[in-house]
Ligand binder design. Structure first.
Ligand code: PHE
Length: 488
């Protein structure tokens, strides 16, 4: 990983599989169905597809071109464009790292549910079980003093798994794991969707996807929601595409690759949501609970609504339940390793450390921070981390990347890099999107995030946000001023 012995993908297929695995994550499984439902159902596909083409793929192309051209880590690329901007790169990487720390915790919760699902151990009231038995939730900072052992152990296990994968050689570690897990993940989703379509009441659910509300299209928030989903789902601005593209051997068809990855990721989430909606339709049909009360997102959907569904599914739940949680586990692990890789790569390049050393340090630090979420106050703090980092910090990172690569760097060189071997070419339109349209859209999305961050939350949120702001300013500056062997 350090500059002297750069890693390289064995072939283009491994790269594509690693990219798809990194993009397909929790966001595809539990975020997309809710976003789709709350923003016009079937008609949402129009802003979604427009955002995918115009903005999502365009930005992935920036990261591909930059990573492929410079063949190094984000921090070194930004440093070489303008050394004064190095803290911006570390800011982005720190945001990614902090996201990884709570992402791992959610994957850890999923691991617990995977075990519980074999016996439906959550009992008749999954809501209370999740809050009281799994999280031991206490919404005050006093909860920091109480460790929740089962969550701590599962977080530890997930960090060990990540460490074991990422510390290995690129192809033997990340490459191999993605090659194995991605097909299994797809097979599980096909089984779940096929099964869900046969459930009584399934049509109540999937009809929602095919019932458009055209009036939603005139609502700018629906367009912002579509764009926000693309940012989240394609993991834009997280330096993943940039890092993975920097490992590509010469002759890569960058634009073609970006199209394959983006279509696969979106195809996955649309297909998967047919299953999720059908299962929720079954729940409405069987229990009479209105459909809109069931379509929640995030942990509420996976760890409360789905266990409720499994409770009324009979014996099939002993098969579909574990498969569902296994699906989230695989999708989560392959995204988490990608999040960590970019951070570890930048650390290894900056300090000229080996892959193993950089990954080990990042994993130890990550586990220590994740431990905060293994306390009774953990779920409260996790919620604050999630909304602050996603709505505010991550979007700011995407905006900064647009400015650095679109305006400060000699942008036209990226067009040549992308077109060199690709069958599909980019041109003026792409330049206009990256320089003008994308920053404006991100800016509006960001303002929306800033507004919701400022107008929501209690004193606890305020305290955590202030701490995060201080950390996000100080740590990048420290990392930038620390002497680097490889930048010199
Ligand atoms: N795109 C992935 C997902 O949908 C990875 C991701 C991780 C995105 C963390 C945002 C935040 O889960």
């Amino acid at each position: 990983m350090s500059s002297s012995k750069r890693s390289q993908w064995n072939n283009n297929i491994v790269f594509i599989m690693a990219m798809i695995s990194s993009a397909v994550g929790l966001g595809n499984i539990w975020r997309f169905p809710n976003v789709l439902y709350s923003n016009g159902g079937g008609s949402f596909m129009i802003p979604y597809i427009v955002s995918l083409f115009l903005l999502g793929i365009s930005f992935v192309l920036v990261e591909y071109a930059v990573g492929y051209k410079f063949k190094t880590s984000l921090s070194r690329i930004v440093y070489s464009i303008n050394s004064k901007l190095e803290p911006v790169a570390w800011f982005i990487l720190l945001v990614v790292f902090l996201i990884t720390t709570y992402y791992v915790c959610v994957v850890g919760w999923d691991l617990i549910y995977l075990v519980l699902s074999f016996t439906k151990a959550w009992g008749a009231n999954p809501d209370l079980y999740f809050a009281n038995h799994v999280l031991h939730a206490n919404d005050s900072f006093a909860g920091l003093a109480t460790i929740v052992p089962n969550v701590l152990v599962s977080i530890f296990v997930i960090w060990i798994v990540i460490w074991l994968i990422v510390k290995r050689d690129l192809n033997d570690g990340i490459g191999k794991v993605c090659r194995i897990l991605l097909p299994i993940l797809c097979a599980i989703v096909v089984i779940i969707v096929a099964f869900s379509l046969m459930l009584p009441g399934a049509s109540i659910g999937y009809a929602q996807i095919f019932t458009p509300d055209w009036s939603a299209l005139t609502n700018p928030n629906v367009w912002l929601a579509a764009f926000g989903q693309i940012v989240f789902s394609l993991s834009l601005g997280m330096a993943i595409a940039l890092t993975y593209a920097s490992y590509l051997p010469d002759g890569a068809k960058l634009v073609d690759n970006a199209l394959v990855v983006a279509f696969s990721n979106s195809g996955f989430e649309v297909f998967n949501s047919i299953g999720i909606f059908s299962i929720l339709g079954f729940m409405t049909f069987t229990s009479g609970i209105p459909f809109d009360e069931l379509v929640t997102e995030g942990t509420g959907l996976a760890f409360v609504v789905f266990p409720q569904v499994f409770n009324i599914m009979g014996n099939w739940a002993y098969l579909i339940g574990p498969l569902f949680f296994l699906c989230i586990l695989f999708a989560g692990i392959t995204s988490a390793i990608a999040l960590l890789e970019g951070v570890a790569y930048s650390l290894s390049e900056k300090f000229d450390a080996s892959r193993e050393k950089a990954v080990t340090i990042a994993c130890i630090a990550g586990f220590l921070i994740s431990s905060i979420f293994a306390t009774s106050a953990g779920s409260m703090i996790l919620g604050i981390f999630d909304s602050f980092l996603n709505n505010f910090a991550l979007l700011l990172g995407v905006l900064l990347e647009c400015i650095i690569f679109g305006w400060i760097y000699k942008f036209d060189e990226l067009i040549a890099t992308l077109n060199q071997y690709s069958t599909v070419k980019v041109g003026k339109l792409w330049k206009i999107v990256i320089k003008y349209i994308l920053p404006v859209c991100i800016f509006f999305l960001w303002m929306q995030g800033v507004y919701s961050t400022l107008t929501s939350g209690d004193v606890n949120s305020l305290i955590v946000r202030i701490i995060l702001c201080i950390v996000l300013i100080i740590v990048p500056v420290i990392l930038s001023v620390l002497p680097s062997k490889s930048n010199s």
